[in-house]
Design a protein around this ligand. Sequence first.
Ligand code: SAM
Length: 363
Amino acid sequence: MIFDVLTIFPGLFSSFLAESLLAKALAKGLLTVNLIDIRDFTNDTHRTVDDRPYGGGPGMVMKPEPLTLALESILKSSEPRPKTICLSPSGPTLNQKMVRQLASLPRIILICGRYEGIDQRFLDLFAIEELSIGDYVLNGGEVPAMALIESISRLIPGFLGKDESLIEESHSHGLLEHPHYTRPPEFRGLTVPQILLSGHHAQVAAYRLAEAMAKTRAIRPDLLARPELEEETVAALGREGAALANKTTPQKEDLRLVMKTVEFKGAIYSVDDEGFLLDSSLWDPNWVEMIRIQEDIDEITDDHQEIMRLLREYCQEKGLPPRVRDMTVVTGFKLKYIYELFPSGPGKGACKMAGLPKPEGCA
Ligand code: SAM
């Protein structure tokens, strides 16, 4: 993934890009960040990038010419035209769903404003989208650009050490995340909730879901009213989980419905009401073997493995498995052949065996 950042303060990015996981990801080549100094595209000795506003008023406005030349210097060598975003407090507010969509793009150009903002004609000329990181005003677009780069980068496969840390995070299934605890078990008289010490995976998962719902209801009830919530929670928690997240605070009884477990050769898996694995990071050869037996498949062939690999790869990138009607394009195998390999079909057979949620279009 490539980010091109147009800024008059490229130095602000130095330590941001030189520390922590981002530095490692840059070193591994998972992403590239090109910093473009807008002042390099001025043609006066003072390298002027701003001027007084027409119509009067306080402050200065960023001139359109240097920005245009800086942007064109990127566009001339990048086909198709990359998504171009101007960080601005008057754009739509960034959320995790937008971050996921942006993370599927190969290249993004970010434009950092300063002063009172940017001459509108530059934005109109290139039909540039605006994006805000929240309802407050910062001095410039550099910090918002960093927020965007960081939120997108951590969704790139391989960026985070453990992929499961993405799965249960705040907003990843439309809810705020449950509270966390680590050692010691007692700190200044406060203890860790007993259930977390029980080692019972399903009960821990149910407890965390209840905590996440209670916290969301108390702090961000607006999240529960969003129409997309169901789609996000179905993907993460299964159908019953989505229904409960939209209802009143769930009771223990309800949670049992969401968190069914199956046990196979000593391993316990939390599954939804149709037996799809809830946490795809727990997918392992033992799970594949269990579904092989359920599906009455004699032997797992290279084609079974290849289909599962491609489906998981797609799901990791897009956040959801492909729709049944898109499976041929995604896997390169005919639908009829997928049915031959997985008797229950691409959804209840292939996706289930691949440890993914039920795909759209699966009966
Ligand atoms: N006069 C502008 C207004 O009232 O909307 C504010 C300009 S601000 C001082 C300068 C630059 O900071 C903006 O052009 C934008 O690039 C960036 N910026 C400030 N707050 C932001 C936010 N919440 N989200 C994204 N960018 C922001």
